[in-house]
Design a protein around this ligand. Structure first.
Ligand code: ADP
Ligand code: MG
Length: 311
């Protein structure tokens, strides 16, 4: 395997800068965008372009046939949500190599699903997991290890080691949130992380950028953040799950007048989008609204003391 400093045009100094910025492997470089690489590492855009190109050549990245891609897609893993109905509308659970977005109003179950997935991802594949750890970026201060303990009671897991398999960080603003994801590759390898959660994706972006004047800047930052998440998913073959708030749509008089925050930027980056809403008691309705190969469909699940399940 070729090291970063062996790439044409990359000396030890540039290699160190690249690594510091989170570009620790040829894979991360090969999928980088020239403009982004040039600004984050402070090198010229044409140099950035050349570095990306040679990383791609080393990895032989380019066109492939549908058959080759089909083979790659076969290694895509899935994590069960704990509800058979919800898994079914998701095509068998939460997919790796992409971003799944759960959006919905307050108390619709977004954070509960994120917690349940931290447990499920640790299970062996025959039980619906990926035998790996989870990384949780919490922007709203709602992560609760006690809740994980309640949820793991139904599983055959040892409490202390299961808690050790969940790496947690509280993000304090949008820059910190972005930084935590930029720094994730090392932890991902060290702890065999198979699930990265951002709960919630847009809360800071929404509160920090008020008013239309800064909307473009906010969207640009959010776009970069989402592409970093997507890159983590593809390079490390893991699942990324983001929770997202909804905003009122006063222009809509019929149907559900809510839309996920972040607009087209979030819509384009997320592979699968699931809208959650409250129903009677502990029941919740999940609707898969956007997926490359799933029909639009609904599932009912429940949130109980021991976690997510079927009614
Ligand atoms: P949000 O979509 O705002 O992230 P949550 O995922 O935090 O919403 O869902 C909160 C809801 O989850 C609570 O209103 C409650 O119905 C349910 N819930 C939370 N903890 C428990 C528990 N220990 N036992 C049963 N239900 C719970
Ligand atoms: Mg929440």
């Amino acid at each position: 395997m070729v090291e970063l400093e062996e790439l044409p045009g990359v000396g030890p100094a540039t290699a160190a800068k690249l690594k510091e910025a989170g570009y620790t492997s040829l894979e991360t470089l090969a999928v980088a965008a020239p403009k982004e690489l040039s600004t984050t590492v402070d090198i010229g855009e044409s140099t950035a372009q050349k570095i990306i190109q040679s990383a791609r050549e080393q990895l032989e990245i380019g066109y492939s046939t549908a058959l080759e891609f089909y083979e790659i897609r076969k290694v895509v893993g899935r994590i069960t949500t704990g509800s058979e109905q919800l898994d079914a509308v998701l095509g068998g659970g939460i997919e790796t190599n992409g971003i799944t977005e759960f959006y919905g109003p307050f108390r619709s179950g977004k954070t509960q699903i994120c917690h349940e997935l931290c447990i499920k991802t640790q299970l062996p594949p025959e039980k619906g997991g990926l035998g790996g750890g989870a990384l949780y970026v919490d922007t709203e201060g709602t992560f609760r290890p006690e809740r994980l303990v309640q949820m793991m009671e139904k599983e055959d897991l040892e409490i202390d080691s299961a808690l050790q398999n969940v790496v947690y960080a509280r993000a304090y603003n949008s820059d910190h949130q972005i930084l935590l994801i930029e720094e994730a590759p090392n932890i991902i390898q060290e702890k065999n992380i198979k699930l990265v959660i951002v709960d919630a994706l847009t809360s800071y972006f929404r509160s920090e950028y008020i008013g239309r004047g800064t909307l473009a800047e906010r969207q640009q930052k959010l776009n970069k953040h989402l592409h970093q998440l997507l890159r983590l998913a593809e390079v490390h073959h893991l699942a990324v799950v983001v929770a997202n708030q909804v905003m009122a749509r006063p222009d809509m008089f019929f149907g559900d007048p809510t839309a996920p925050v972040g607009g087209h930027i979030v819509a384009h980056a997320c592979t699968t989008r699931v809208y959650l809403r409250k129903s009677k008691g502990d029941r919740r309705v999940a609707r898969v609204v956007d997926s490359p190969c799933l029909p639009e469909s609904e599932a009912v699940f429940v949130i109980k003391e021991d976690g997510i399940g079927d009614p």
